[in-house]
Design a protein around this ligand. Structure first.
Ligand SMILES: NC(=O)CC[C@H](N)C(=O)O
Length: 229
């Protein structure tokens, strides 16, 4: 399975994502600079966290216009797996690949600490190795993680099981304690917490590992390869 980790000026979790793929599942992974226009060689594209373009205007608002984004939309529509983490989630929202928008944290403070998440949907390609309603320990680090959408969108998210993770204790004021969502088809997941920072006990938790094993298992099943992990 081939993974891409997109890199924008200001990305700062790209190396963590690369290492998480390499160390948890040992699959092929490449950094892809934001000027790239073809992502067709990849099976899963990770949009990592950070401060793309300095978070100017709004987090993700400028990255959304980077050349690589047209290619990302194309692969998303083709059903490739896309994972947006923190600033990556913000970019997916700004580009319209996921519904809703991100507001500043209610506290107006940057929050950086461990957080307990509830797995609300363990049927997505990225969450199938978790139990339904399992509580997992995944850290957050953001100033703009207050998820918001209109009522009709919220109803749709609920009706289609698009709420993937919620916070046990809401750190930012997000609607319904939302920490992560997916698109209707389930191939695109965006989340504010950082699973790539929770892949080894030395980091305080390894609860993020199963996001990577889940996606590999899904891909291997779809492509008829043996599942070894
Ligand atoms: N860790 C991150 O990706 C930070 C996200 C974003 N720049 C924010 O502060 O909200």
């Amino acid at each position: 399975m081939k993974f891409a980790v997109l890199v924008f000026p200001g990305s700062n979790c790209d190396v963590d994502c690369y290492k998480a793929v390499e160390e948890t599942i040992g699959e092929s992974v490449e950094y892809v600079w934001h000027t790239e226009t073809d992502l067709s060689r990849f099976d899963c594209i990770i949009v990592p966290g950070g401060f793309s373009y300095g978070d100017y205007l709004r987090s993700g608002a400028i990255a959304r216009f980077a050349p690589v984004m047209n290619a990302l939309v194309k692969e998303a529509e083709a059903g490739k797996y896309i994972l947006g983490i923190c600033n990556g989630f913000q970019i997916l929202l700004e580009s319209g690949l996921l519904p809703g928008a991100m507001l500043r944290n209610q506290s107006l403070k940057f929050r950086c600490h461990s957080s307990n998440l509830v797995v609300e949907n363990n049927q997505t390609p990225f969450t199938r190795d978790y139990a339904a309603k399992e509580v997992i320990d995944i850290p957050i680090a953001h100033g703009e993680g207050n998820y918001f959408c209109d009522e009709a969108t919220l109803e749709e998210l609920k009706a289609n099981q698009q709420i993937v993770f919620t916070y046990e204790t809401n750190p930012n004021g997000s609607l319904l304690d939302i920490a992560g969502i997916c698109n209707r088809e389930g191939n695109i997941v965006g989340m504010m917490p950082h699973p790539e920072r929770a892949v080894n006990q030395i980091l305080g938790s390894e609860d993020g590992k199963r996001m990577f094993t889940s996606i590999l298992k899904t891909w291997r099943e779809k492509h008829g390869a043996a599942v070894s992990s």
